[in-house]
Design a protein around this ligand. Structure first.
Ligand code: PLP
Ligand code: TYF
Length: 394
């Protein structure tokens, strides 16, 4: 039987991680996988997470199963974090999932149950796991223009023209903030226009929010999601706690489905629990419990927010330093977008050959589409990266 298996396409981002590990050069720089690193180059366990873990270790009395949808207290805490008071709590069905990726998978399966044959509209470009999972599920997909490669910003006109073709029952996948891989994001007035277009076409928004707090701040980064949820009859949201709580390997995420009214919520909730049961039964709980403890304790929450804010500001400082160094070296403003982009990533506009040259000659690893992870840079490494970008002729 197993001899029938074919090789599967590799994840390019994870393959790059392997290549980096195998490179013996001491001065190599990893700008590949989207994992936050501090000025010392380490991915820290956040203070509030450590403190919650200690308390949990001392006080947890059972590891018996939770519910199929996870702990309702986690759902309630995450509803508050992501949605604030944008919609009535009574309309929000939610289920804990293994990471944000698990939430995306379960969300797509929910869509397939509710609207078989629905086309999923994806930004061009998007996180490669989006099309990969959709293809695996056999769901139709189409791309909408998103990134203007010349301006290195959002091609909003193109986006709106493409999304105008969406049909009722279709689903538009949007990045809630900190677009991966481009770093280019919608402004609030643009979110308003997207909401109006979704209303007009009857398409359903599916928002993937994996970097809340990494862009302009916790509230600011959720503003687009909240605006859509407040305005549209139905919104599906996949939220990840991997980055903003730094609990990548705990696999902590949540799928939320905002129903048109509270009467419809129980059946939606039942379907979320059903889908969890089909795929893995009970979701992981350790990370979800830590997040719940942090969000529900004033002191832990304040400390978490303060540390998250330090991380966010650190990434912004790196963006500004890199843009300034490139301005100095190139004598132009053409890299100014790096300071405008938000989140961990920017697409810097290098060709695959230039990306390869930077890797071979300078030991600088970025994804093949020239996505750089800003958090992979230290302030000390900024001049080296800037010089390599100019040397490669970008
Ligand atoms: N969505 C996007 C756009 C991401 O970049 C990530 C990052 O890892 C995720 C979702 C989900 O991450 P995880 O499954 O690790 O929570
Ligand atoms: O885009 C990234 O780098 C992060 C981490 O299969 C990641 O989202 C990358 C690839 C993958 C899962 C997570």
């Amino acid at each position: 039987m197993l001899e029938n298996l074919q090789e599967q396409p590799k994840d390019k981002i994870l393959a790059l991680m392997e290549m980096f590990r195998a490179d013996p050069r001491a001065e190599k720089i990893d700008l590949g996988v989207g994992v936050y690193r501090n000025a010392q180059g380490v991915t820290p366990i956040m203070r509030a997470v450590k403190a919650a873990e200690k308390t949990l270790w001392e006080t947890e009395e059972t590891k018996a199963y939770t519910g199929l949808a996870g702990d309702p207290a986690f759902a309630e805490a995450m509803r508050g974090l992501v949605l604030g008071d944008a919609v009535e709590a009574g309309r929000v069905a939610a289920a804990a999932t293994p990471g944000g990726t698990g939430a995306i998978r379960q969300g797509l399966e929910l869509i397939r149950l509710a609207s078989p044959g629905a086309t999923i509209w994806l930004s061009a470009p998007t996180w490669p796991n989006h099309p990969s999972i959709i293809r695996y599920l056999g769901m139709p997909m189409r791309e909408y223009r998103y990134f203007d490669a010349a301006a290195r910003g959002v091609d909003f006109e193109g986006m709106m023209a493409d999304l105008a073709q969406a049909k009722p029952g279709d689903v538009v996948l949007l990045h809630g903030c900190c677009h991966n891989p481009t770093g280019a994001n919608l402004t609030l007035p643009q979110w308003q226009e997207v909401a109006a277009l979704l209303e007009k076409t009857g398409a359903t928004p599916f928002i993937d929010i994996a970097y809340q707090g990494f862009g302009d701040g916790l509230e600011e980064d959720a503003a687009g999601t909240r605006l859509i949820a407040a305005r549209l009859p139905e919104t599906i949201i996949a939220a990840s706690c991997s980055k903003n709580f730094g609990i990548y390997r705990e696999r902590t995420g949540i799928l939320m489905a905002v129903a048109e009214n509270a009467a419809r919520k129980p059946v939606v909730q039942g379907n979320l629990a059903f889908l969890n049961r089909q795929n893995f039964s009970f979701p992981p709980d350790h990370g979800a419990r830590l997040v719940t403890m942090i969000l529900n304790d004033a002191a832990l929450r304040a400390d978490w927010q303060a540390e998250l804010e330090e991380m966010r500001l650190g990434m912004l400082r790196i963006r500004e330093a890199l843009a300034a160094e490139l301005r100095r070296l190139s004598g132009s403003d053409r890299f100014g977008f790096i300071a405008q982009h938000r989140g961990m990533f920017s697409l810097i506009g290098a060709s695959p050959e230039q990306v390869e040259l930077m890797r071979e000659k300078h030991g600088i690893y970025m994804v093949g589409d020239s996505r750089i992870n800003i958090a992979g840079l230290t302030e000390a490494a900024v001049p080296k990266l800037a010089a390599a970008i100019i040397d490669a002729g970008v």
